[in-house]
Ligand binder design. Structure first.
Ligand code: SF4
Length: 237
């Protein structure tokens, strides 16, 4: 009999994952040494699971937890500047009940959206190694199977975009070389009945502080997604 994977079983397995010993050592060290501003905080220090609505139609895929963000708070995009930008935008678009994300007990709830990452342990310098991404891809496979209502995927940055396509190829949902290129604001219809794929620059400080990614640019991508979800709902009705 097939075993049905759930978001809670994925979460349980992920938190206990030790497949990348160097990454695990790094995250534990960061959690022990801490940053001066957070010296009174108890860091999470474990792999950081995805978060959101298990019935979501929208999946957002980020890069990886930040050493003093998700690796500290235990929730993706929580407690760092990228998260401040992202959750404020999700709140404006109606996907989050509040604009702030400070800790994993702050009352934040996502509506019709789920957020995960290409890599679930904070990598040094925010630079994942290909072998680490390969090992962590199993979790995205499981999330894609468990999130059965998905209609749209938003890849935050090129790495997340490429990882999503590799994941689809791994599970046989996409031809070997679909020939798609990451482009901010891009939307992509994939073969079969795959969710619509959207792409945006990652809301890292490097992008948001330099003006490469503005709130208006990000809002515009979310509005396009909302319109795609509305059309897919009307078709289903
Ligand atoms: S990066 Fe992913 S595969 Fe590697 S230890 Fe963390 S959770 Fe496990």
């Amino acid at each position: 009999m097939a075993v049905i994977d759930t978001i809670s079983s994925i979460r349980r397995d992920l938190i206990a994952c030790e497949r990348c010993p160097a990454l695990r050592r790094y995250c534990r060290t960061v959690a022990r040494v801490k940053r001066r501003a957070y010296r009174t905080h108890t860091y999470w220090g474990k792999p950081v699971p995805g978060f959101g609505d298990p019935n979501a139609r929208l999946l957002l895929i980020g890069l990886a937890p930040a050493a003093h963000g998700g690796n500290r708070t235990g929730r993706v995009f929580t407690g760092d500047r990228s998260g401040d930008f992202l959750f404020a935008a999700l709140h404006r678009a109606g996907f989050a009940n509040q604009p702030d994300s400070t800790n994993r007990n702050d009352g934040l709830r996502l509506k019709d959206a789920y957020i995960t990452a290409a890599l679930h342990c904070a990598p040094p310098g925010n630079r994942p190694k290909p072998a680490e991404l390969d090992r962590c891809r199993d979790y995205l496979v499981r999330e894609l199977r468990a999130l059965t209502r998905l209609r749209a995927v938003l890849a935050l940055g090129k790495i997340a975009f490429d990882e999503y396509l590799k994941t689809l190829r791994r599970i046989g949902r996409l031809p070997a070389r679909p020939g798609l290129r990451f482009e901010h604001g891009g939307s992509y219809i994939l073969p079969g009945h795959q969710p619509l794929l959207f792409a945006a620059y990652h809301p890292s400080q490097q992008n948001t502080q330099t003006g490469r990614l503005t709130a208006a640019m990000f809002d515009s991508v979310l509005m396009e997604i909302k319109s795609g979800l509305r059309i897919s709902k009307e078709k289903a009705d």
